[in-house]
Design a protein. Structure first.
Length: 163
C-alpha cells in the first residue's frame, strides 16, 4: 500500500488593502457582477470576474431556476461566456465573491465541484493555471496561484480518456 497526498496551498490576506491594485479591482468587479445575480431561492448570491490574457474582463453571476438543476453558478456563467466569445484567449485569473441575503458570509467561499471541473478544462486547454482570488462578505481573502488543483486536487483530466 502507498499513501498518496496532494497539498493545497493558498495565500491568505486579512485586508483587501494588502492586495495589489489589480487584485482589488478584480474583486470589485466580481462584487459588481454579484449584485446582478438571480437567486430568489437560495438567497445566496455569487459573482465572478475573469481576467483574460488579452486584458478583457468577463463577469458572471449565479442564475437560479425553480427547477434547481437548470440553474448555473457564477463561475460557469463567466467561463462559458469567455469560451464562447474569446475561444482562443486564456483566462489568467479570476475573482469569486459571495454574500447571503439572510446572514453574513465570513471568509472565502469555494466553488462547487462542477465549477472546479469546468474551470480545470480551460486550464488544461491552455496549459496554465487560473490564478484564483476568493472572498466572502467579510474576513480573509484567499489567493490560489496553482488554480483549480488547489481546490480539486484529484480532478479528472482529458488525458485520462483513452482515444
Amino acid at each position: 500500500m502507498e499513501i498518496v497526498r496532494r497539498e493545497s496551498v493558498v495565500k491568505q490576506y486579512d485586508r483587501i488593502e494588502e492586495l495589489s491594485d489589480l487584485d482589488q479591482s478584480l474583486l470589485a468587479l466580481a462584487r459588481e457582477a454579484m449584485e446582478n445575480a438571480y437567486a430568489p431561492y437560495s438567497r445566496f448570491i455569487v459573482g465572478c470576474a475573469l481576467r483574460l490574457q488579452n486584458g478583457v474582463i468577463v463577469k458572471g453571476n449565479n442564475q437560479e431556476n425553480m427547477a434547481y438543476p437548470s440553474g448555473l453558478c457564477a463561475e460557469r456563467v463567466a467561463i462559458f461566456y469567455a469560451g464562447a466569445n474569446y475561444p482562443g484567449v486564456p483566462v489568467i485569473e479570476m475573482a469569486i465573491t459571495a454574500k447571503a441575503l439572510d446572514y453574513e458570509v465570513k471568509g472565502p467561499i469555494m466553488s462547487c465541484g462542477a465549477c472546479l471541473q469546468s474551470l480545470s478544462e480551460y486550464e488544461v486547454k491552455f496549459n496554465q493555471p487560473i490564478r484564483t482570488l476568493l472572498q466572502g462578505q467579510d474576513g480573509p481573502i484567499w489567493i490560489a496561484e496553482a488554480g483549480t488543483k488547489t481546490f480539486l486536487p484529484f480532478q479528472f483530466y482529458v488525458g485520462e480518456l483513452k482515444r
